[in-house]
Structure formats: structure tokens, C-alpha cells
Ligand binder design. Sequence first.
Ligand SMILES: *[C@@H]1O[C@H](CO)[C@@H](O)[C@H](O)[C@H]1NC(C)=O
Ligand SMILES: *[C@@H]1O[C@H](CO)[C@@H](O)[C@H](O)[C@H]1NC(C)=O
Ligand SMILES: *[C@@H]1O[C@H](CO)[C@@H](O)[C@H](O)[C@H]1NC(C)=O
Length: 369
Amino acid sequence: MLFFARTSCSLLLRTPLHFLSLLSTTASSSSSFSISMAATVMESNFPSTLVLRGKSMAENDFAQSLKHNNTLKLPENGTVSVLLQSELDKPLEKDSFEIDLFMNSLSTNRFGRFLLWSPRLASTHDVVSRNFDEIPIGSVCVADIQYKGRGRSKNMWESPKGGLLFSFTLEMKNGRVVPLVQYVVSLAVTEAINHLCDKNGLPCVDIRIKWPNDLYLNGLKVGGVLCTSTYKSNKFNVSVGIGLNVDNEKPTTCLNTFLKEVSSLDYKFRREDILAAFFCKFEKFYDIFINQGFEALEKLYYKTWLHSGQRVIVQEKNEDVVVENVVTIQGLTSSGYLLAVGDDNQMCELHPDGNSFDFFKGLLRRKLE
Ligand SMILES: *[C@@H]1O[C@H](CO)[C@@H](O)[C@H](O)[C@H]1NC(C)=O
Ligand SMILES: *[C@@H]1O[C@H](CO)[C@@H](O)[C@H](O)[C@H]1NC(C)=O
Ligand SMILES: *[C@@H]1O[C@H](CO)[C@@H](O)[C@H](O)[C@H]1NC(C)=O
């Protein structure tokens, strides 16, 4: 499974232009909502459907044309059939993503307006990243269940029902800010949840960002963000993937379980509402980010992340002896690494060493002017 599989984090921010950030960063959080499944050939050949739906009439005409041309590149190699929403003949399973509910509450100009939904897909990320030319920028792919074969071992990872699992596309021009977009995405998730709480008279659900790309609730991982990009002729194709545990309390926590503990109201978060609220926030933040830079969002970001004033140990090689120093995190540098200050008032930029699951272990420091 793409989002939550345990993989080395060494690629994070190493190559800022072609960054790859991985979701699971610590051993304790890695199992948040992945369960490993025994591999069977049937898993990957299990037929599934991909349903297309646009927000406007024009976008629905586009869906029809896309289906007719049969140009979508689907990794499942023919086991996924493409349908328009209007062609669905039998009622969907009770807890399927409700496309109409989502589209009706979506109020964006660009993002989320073209939807590809499936009850079951290998990976939403693969669908959007392989179809950059086929679908409009800002299109979203949502799956109720997601699995993905993992390499040679043939183990399957699966994220079960109850998660909001989606990926969408972005096109960016300025490579220097590409690594920061994952922070904008994380912030849009937390602000979307805050918005739904406000709107429905709920107590604040204290969802926070664990740098670089995990979402935490009450000290437990509840979701994460994954961004990948490719670069060609001054353009970046950026695919953004998000997983958020809305309803599945196993094995750690989920939004609705937490909400039940803090509120006596009957309200439950629905994936459709969260997704619509997310795109609304993201569209706003993304414009600010592109026009004014991440600085314009920094204050809110620092309010939301878990690290202001956090003291961490950094390692330094001093004539072949590794010395450990304690520094205090101040914020982010312009390239998206951690900015910290030492007890000697020396400012520095912290880089993950690339070997630890936990980004906060084995940080290396580079002194700044
Ligand atoms: C489908 O193919 C036609 C003819 O090549 C083209 O004009 C149209 O843009 C295509 N539609 C989509 C959605 O790609
Ligand atoms: C995928 O489809 C191609 C062409 O139809 C076929 O040759 C290939 O064997 C298929 N691969 C798998 C894994 O089914
Ligand atoms: C974006 O993706 C499309 C389709 O895969 C590809 O043709 C194009 O070259 C890609 N552009 C970049 C910047 O990678």
C-alpha cells in the first residue's frame, strides 16, 4: 500500500526538486492504518470500477469524452472498468463514498471538480500520476479501499474501509517551492477539520501536523500526506496523496472515535464533507502560497505543527568523533527543512540523516549565517 507502507525515509528532501516524501516516519506510527494482507493473485485481478463525475455540465461532457476515448492509463491492466456516474445501475454499497454529497458541497473553482472514484483500487496516487495528460489539473481520485502490491515479497498492503484516501494533481513552475507544497496540503487538512467543527458547533478536534507530513490526533497518528513530482521543461507534475482515518478506530485512533469522546452531539465526520472542505481550504491556501510565498501561511502552520520550541538532539562529526548537541526548533527554512538555534545562539538547518524511521532521530545540522 502506497501511503502507509514502511519504507525508508531517505528520499525526503534530499533532492528538493524531485522530492519524495513518505508517510510513515516512526515505528510507532507505521501501522496506523495499514494492515498487511496475505498475497493472493486474486487480490490484484479482482475486477473493480472507476466512476467518473464532473461538477459542471462541461466537466461531465469531458467525463463522457474521456470514457469514450478510453485513454485512461489504469495500472490494473483491464481489471478496472470505467463508468460514468450516470451509468451506475445498481445501488452502491451502503458505506460507499457518496459522490453527490461531495459534489454538492464542493465550492471550488479548480480543485476537486473532476472526480474519479473507485470502491477499490491499488493506489489512487498511481491513477492521478499516470494520467496527468488525460485529466484536468486539480482532478481527484478517491478510493474506499486501497491496496498495493509491495515489490518482490509480493505482500499486499491494504488500507481498509473508513479512511478518506485520495490523490489529486497540481502543476507547478517554481521548483524552489515544490518541497513546501506538502506543508500547505497538511495545513489545508487540519483547517478543513477545524472548519467542520466550527460549522457544526463541535468542540475543537486538536488535529496537528507532525513534521514533515504526518497528521496527529491526541498524540496518535491519524493520517498523512504524500507528494511526488516529476520535472520537465520548466514544469513540475505534482501528485498529492492524502490518507486520513475518519472511521476506523483500529489500530490507533480515528476522527470519529475521538469526536465521540469529546462531544455529546450526534455529529459524525463524513469523508465527503471533509474532502469538500479540504479543497476549499487548499484552493485558498494554494493561491496565497503561489502569490505571496509560504511565509504568508507560516504563522498558521506553526500554530498547527507540534514542534515550536521542541528541543532535539543533533549529531555532529568532530574529528571522527560524533558529538551530540541539543538545539531548539524555531520553524522552517526557506527550503523546507527545520530551522533551529543552538544554545550558543548559532542558527542551523536540520536535515534528516536518511537512516532513521523517526525524522527526529539522527538529525544533522548545517550552520546558517
Ligand atoms: C477524445 O478524443 C477526441 C478526438 O481525438 C479529442 O478531441 C478529445 O479531446 C478527447 N477527449 C478527451 C477527454 O481526452
Ligand atoms: C497486461 O496487459 C497486456 C496487454 O493486454 C498483457 O500482455 C499483459 O500480460 C498484462 N499483464 C498482466 C500483469 O496481466
Ligand atoms: C506530466 O505528465 C505528462 C503525462 O504523463 C507528461 O506527458 C509530461 O511530460 C509530464 N510533465 C512533467 C513536467 O513531468
